[in-house]
Ligand binder design. Structure first.
Ligand code: UD1
Ligand code: CA
Length: 471
């Protein structure tokens, strides 16, 4: 495969999105549109990508640089004077030297397959200008492909510049080109804005190339992957295609996807063979789900790592956390950032964890809050236990050593340490450290029992109610 550079045009505002966010930063499956396009070019073998930025320039640059580092460079197009002008900006900034081809892609066309780009580059060898073409039942809005009697491409006519006859042409320009750099540098200088939109059209290069001895070569493409996104509905429709593509890839690699229609897995997540994902699950960001793990109905995970054999029961919500081997979470559990659940541990229903390490085999099974905790192995935390980690100013750590037992409805006021094997009686408010193997009970007062008092109490309440009604 010959060496080539990618040029991605991403300077436009995308007015029809009706959004303050630049169009190319709208996301599909957790990836901005421009990142899909750049990724496709790099996957196809581009040595680097020059991205032309304008609207929302700082944000677009920062987003792409964070993802692609040195593999992307940026050219600034201060005013959007057309696609030809945009490519001129890229050439002036980064492509004054070098041979070979540049592949030009529009940043709003995220579904392109790297293989299609590879076919384009292969076909372009020896030609100044190669493009993909496709046919559409309704070609409105697209540039039309003009051919001569011999069937060769001789130009592209923009929709707004078409004669009635040209407008009937159904073969369109999806906007993907491989252009020889030498030809490109020369031809860009000859563009003019004599057209309906008063812009410098990149598409005019087709006619110029057709006038050279070697001419234009075209590669047939499929609109299914070539659709540009102009408004939010098109974003939704292309989004469905891309998400389905992710799910198909996972399923064919051995992941159980029960219902593709209600399963959402972001592009940068990793799911190993033999993991199962139930309906209504969202895996966002960079989740990793290992073999044999089970993500049950309605779970929403972002940047979570799930070890082999773990089971996230229905409606678990988790972020930036780790779930250890064979651990069980939920139903209805909330793992907030930096929760680290050890092997075989359990976090049960209506529990919330945050910045807490839970050791091997430890259990937090019912209605508890554990925040800023260091929990050893085989610890049992009863129903309704609260780690009081916040004094209104600072967060403090609660440490439970191995084999600790915390009775239900206790509060542990941090900073506090409970020594190995110690036992805290139910309903205690623990404010000081407990040594290993001790029993700590801290209730407000001892229990008092008044025999026969309950019915007297009820009579008193009933009388008060009656008196009130007679007022
Ligand atoms: C363009 C093509 C048209 C093709 C269609 C496919 C031209 C002249 N027309 O039309 O033949 O059928 O795409 O979708 O190329 N951009 C810049 N700077 C500019 C102008 C545009 O960076 O000055 C970027 C936009 O952000 C966008 C891309 O180029 O990502 C395409 O621009 P757009 O205005 O959408 O072109 P179309 O009118 O759709
Ligand atoms: Ca467009």
């Amino acid at each position: 495969m010959p060496d080539f550079v990618g040029i991605v045009l991403a300077a436009g505002q995308g007015t029809r999105m009706k959004s303050t966010k630049p169009k190319v930063l709208h996301e599909i499956a957790g990836r901005p549109l421009a990142a899909w396009t750049v990724q496709a070019a790099l996957d196809a073998g581009a040595s680097r990508c020059v991205v032309v930025v304008g609207h929302g320039r700082e944000e677009v640059e920062a987003t792409l640089r964070a993802r692609f580092g040195e593999r992307v460079q940026f050219a600034h197009q201060a005013e959007q004077l057309g696609t030809g002008h945009a490519v001129r900006c890229a050439v002036e900034a980064e492509l004054q030297e070098g041979e070979g081809h540049a592949v030009v892609l529009y940043g709003d066309c995220p579904a392109i397959h790297p293989e299609t780009l590879e076919r384009l580059v292969a076909a372009a060898e020896g030609f100044p200008f190669a493009l993909i073409t496709a046919s559409l039942a309704n070609p409105k809005g697209y540039g039309r492909i003009l051919r001569n009697d011999a069937g060769n491409v001789v130009g592209i006519r923009e929709d707004k510049d078409c004669s009635a006859e040209e407008r009937a042409i159904r073969e369109v320009n999806p906007g993907l080109y491989a252009i020889e750099l030498g030809f490109l540098r020369e031809a860009l200088g000859k563009l003019d804005a004599n057209n309906a939109q008063g812009e410098l059209y990149l598409t005019d290069l087709a006619e110029m190339a057709a006038g050279t001895p070697r001419g234009v070569v075209d590669v047939p493409g499929d609109m299914g992957e070539l659709r540009g996104i102009n408004d939010r509905w098109e974003l939704s429709v292309v989004g469905r295609t891309l998400r389905e593509r992710i799910l198909e890839r996972l399923a064919r690699s051995g992941v159980g996807i029960v219902d593709p229609a209600t399963t959402f897995v972001d592009a940068d997540c990793e799911v190993e063979a033999d993991a199962t994902i139930a309906p209504g699950v969202h895996l966002r960001g960079r989740c990793v789900v290992r073999a044999g793990a089970r993500i049950d109905v309605g779970c929403v995970l972002e940047d979570v790592e799930v070890a082999p054999g773990a089971w996230l029961k229905p409606y678990t919500v988790a972020a930036e956390s780790q779930v250890g081997r064979d651990a069980q979470v939920g139903p209805f559990a909330h793992l907030r950032p930096k929760s680290d659940l050890g092997e075989g541990s359990k976090v049960g229903n209506f529990c919330e964890t945050k910045k807490t390490r839970i050791g091997k085999g430890s259990k937090v099974n019912h209605l508890a809050y554990v925040g800023d905790g260091m929990i050893g192995e085989r610890v049992n935390i009863g129903a309704g236990v609260i780690f009081c980690n916040y004094d209104g100013v600072q967060k403090h750590v609660t440490t439970l050593e191995d084999d600790v037992f915390i009775g239900s409805d206790s509060q542990l006021v941090a900073p506090v340490t409970i020594g190995a094997g110690a036992y805290v009686g139910s309903g205690s408010t623990i404010t000081g450290d407990v040594p290993a193997d001790a029993l700590a009970i801290a209730r407000v007062r001892k229990q008092t029992v008044k025999e026969g008092f309950a019915s007297r109490l009820r009579e008193r309440f009933a009388a008060a109610k009656k008196a009130k009604a007679e007022e």
